[in-house]
Design a protein around this ligand. Structure first.
Ligand code: PHE
Length: 339
């Protein structure tokens, strides 16, 4: 029996030293020292031994058990140390690797252009005014000198919430809100969303953005309007930029004009961007119609004013040479990350 014990001890030690992971070590442990283990079986069979042999074998078996437990513990420690070392080796940071680039968000090109224009006009002394997108039909049309039967309504009829309430078709109703109950001087710009029943194509969208400007004061003339827009055009498109006024019609301004800037790509010679014209249309403007001032309780004997309205999509498209407006609304990062 002694020989059997020594064989068990030897084979257990061989197996322990051969294992390379903790789970196999636990298996070896169970197969020798567990309830049904080989060493345990010997201890169980001791009843069959003679009275002299029993304490000797018992002592030896115990010694082997203690020895094996110790060996297992040492092996476990060395396995854990090896595992730790392995992990440290694998998780080592290579400081020479290039850093992973972080992509930060940025403003949508429309917001960028809105911010740029706002900055220029705020620099000239304009204040920012806001108005609701859901607007009174009266503010959007009637007060702006476009009564129910006015033909201009046909071009920009919109989404009605009720006969009196609609989604504004232009930022011009903010003029009404800015003038009502206030005494001039008034100098505001008002950027925001507007809505029209236009069908979606490369240059139309049922929702788009405008920036309105309004100045009312004593002795305001067309010269002030021209000077303001010329200054804006130089600030935004470059010092060399010239402005041109073409007669137009808006119900709420008289006289009215469409305003062009000399092409900032070719300088006026004619190119692809300006379609050979040398000029690019950028906005609508005019002197505030006296009837609009009167609708807001402003004395037209004392005060006069000018107004202008810019389409922001148009400015973005001109500035970056974008030929389809839909790109601005699709939120495709391949497009947006270019700005
Ligand atoms: N509201 C006009 C439009 O949407 C633009 C405009 C604003 C024209 C102010 C003149 C003065 O077309």
């Amino acid at each position: 029996m002694k020989k059997q014990l020594e064989e068990i001890s030897a084979s257990a030690k061989a197996e322990i030293s051969a294992v390379t992971d903790e789970a196999s070590l636990r298996n070896v442990q169970v197969s020798y020292l567990g309830k049904k283990g080989k060493l345990t079986a010997i201890l169980r069979g001791m009843g069959a031994l003679s009275a002299e042999e029993r304490p000797l074998i018992g002592a030896l078996a115990n010694e082997i058990r203690v020895d094996l437990e110790e060996t297992i513990k040492l092996k476990l420690d060395s396995l854990k140390a090896a595992e730790l070392e392995n992990r440290l080796k694998n998780e080592k940071i290579d400081v020479t690797l290039p850093a992973r680039s972080k992509s930060t968000g940025r403003f949508h090109p429309l917001s960028q252009v809105e911010n740029e224009l706002t900055e220029i006009f705020v620099g000239m002394g304009f204040e920012i005014a806001e108005g609701p997108e859901v607007e009174l039909s009266y503010n959007n049309f009637d007060a702006l000198n476009a009564p129910a039967d006015h033909p201009s309504r046909d071009f920009q009829d919109t989404f009605y919430i009720s006969p009196e309430v609609l989604l504004r078709t232009q930022t011009s109703p903010v003029q009404i809100r800015a003038m009502k109950g206030k005494t001039p001087p008034i100098r505001i710009i008002s950027p925001g969303r507007v809505y029209r029943f236009d069908e979606v194509d490369a240059t139309h969208s049922p929702m788009f953005h405008q920036l309105e400007g309004l100045v009312v004061g004593k002795g305001i003339t067309m010269g002030d309007l021209k000077g303001t827009l010329a200054m804006f055009a130089k600030a935004y498109f470059g010092e060399e930029t010239k402005t041109r006024f073409r007669p137009h019609n808006f119900p709420f301004t008289e006289p009215s004009a469409e305003v062009d800037v000399s092409c900032f790509v070719c300088g006026g010679k004619g190119c692809r961007l300006c379609k050979g014209e040398g000029w690019i249309e950028i906005l609508g403007a005019g002197m505030v119609h006296p009837r609009v001032l009167e609708n807001c309780g402003i004395d037209t004997d004392v005060y006069s004013g000018f107004a202008f309205g810019v389409g922001l999509e148009r400015i973005v498209m001109i500035k970056y040479g974008i030929d389809d407006m839909r790109y601005l609304y699709e939120n495709d990062l391949r497009f947006l990350s270019q700005f």
